[in-house]
Write a protein that binds this ligand. Structure first.
Ligand SMILES: NC(=O)C1=CN([C@@H]2O[C@H](COP(=O)(O)OP(=O)(O)OC[C@H]3O[C@@H](n4cnc5c(N)ncnc54)[C@H](O)[C@@H]3O)[C@@H](O)[C@H]2O)C=CC1
Ligand SMILES: O=C(O)[C@@H]1CCC=N1
Length: 258
């Protein structure tokens, strides 16, 4: 499978390229790369990858073309890719717009956890996508994490807001917790260690058990101690409502972008 990545040295494109090679999902000479800053002698330690001369060259050489540029860079891209699978990572750029490529379009919504192979990257396929296109999409995404096929493009907007926002919400929580820790006079080292343990340790504990989160919160409440006092005050102050309002706003933004 010859895979082209437009935006190959960006946050997601670079993570995908590195992990496709590391997981041997693609041979070096089957990975065709293009970015604005031009070829690099070394791409994640690999010297056998192909650097396309331009977008047209990349499209000609590729069977699957991953579009991993920012939405604002899409209009100027000029990608024409008939008889190719066009796999877009772009937030908000809709299938109707991507049809201009003349390719078969699939939209996937990864996130920054792609760097560590932990991105949940669901996808939605346009009607012209084939079974092979879906199989190839799943294989490519397997390099950066897990996936599901969505049943509507509107769900891609929801997924842009939820997993697509990736580490932003844990980061928002961590920032608030760091502010508290500093106000309590903790040293920066101890404050960072405490918040890292809270965010990362807590997240790891939930891995594979997210459906049990209600029971976990009830277990904490059952102590009738500091944790229950804290989380119930947070909810009373609007924490859960604020998160839902944020996700609604992000979904709306995604639906209005392209
Ligand atoms: N970073 C994230 O967590 C997520 C990103 N996305 C989407 O993925 C896409 C890529 O995002 P990032 O990797 O974060 O952006 P980025 O800005 O890190 O990377 C984009 C890359 O595309 C390159 N580029 C721009 N125009 C180009 C052109 N005409 N030809 C070749 N290369 C070009 C840029 O030089 C840059 O290296 C965006 O559409 C974004 O909405 C979606 C969900 C999460
Ligand atoms: O613009 C966005 O919100 C998406 C998610 C993170 C990067 N791109």
């Amino acid at each position: 499978m010859k895979i082209g990545i437009i935006g190959a040295t960006g946050w997601l494109g670079s993570a995908l390229g590195r992990r496709l090679l590391a997981n041997k999902i693609v041979q070096e000479d089957d990975l065709i790369l293009f970015n604005r800053s031009g070829p690099r002698a070394d791409y994640h330690g690999c010297r056998g990858v192909i650097w396309a001369r331009d977008i047209t060259d990349l499209a000609r050489r590729s069977e699957v073309i991953v579009v991993s540029v920012r939405p604002e860079d899409w209009p100027g891209l000029g990608l024409i890719a008939p008889d190719r699978l066009v796999l877009s990572f772009m937030a908000g750029v809709r299938i109707a717009a991507l049809a201009a490529t003349q390719g078969r379009v699939i939209r996937a919504m990864p996130n920054a956890a792609a760097e560590i192979g932990r991105s949940y990257s669901p996808f939605f396929a346009a009607p012209e996508a084939t079974a092979l296109d879906r199989e190839r999409t799943r294989r490519i995404i397997s390099a950066i994490g897990t996936t599901d096929e969505l049943s509507s493009e509107a769900q891609v907007d929801v997924m842009t807001a939820l997993p697509g926002s990736g580490a932003a919400y844990p980061a928002l929580l961590a920032e608030a917790m760091l502010g508290f820790a500093r106000e309590q006079g903790l040293s920066e080292d101890i404050a960072c260690r405490a918040v890292a343990a809270t965010i990362s340790g807590g997240a790891e504990l939930l891995a594979g058990r997210i459906g049990e989160v209600g029971a976990l919160l009830d277990a904490y409440r059952a102590y009738r101690g500091p944790t229950g006092a804290g989380i119930d005050r947070a909810i009373a102050e609007g924490f859960s409502g604020a998160v839902k309002t944020a996700l609604v706003a992000a979904t709306k933004k995604a639906s209005e972008m392209g």
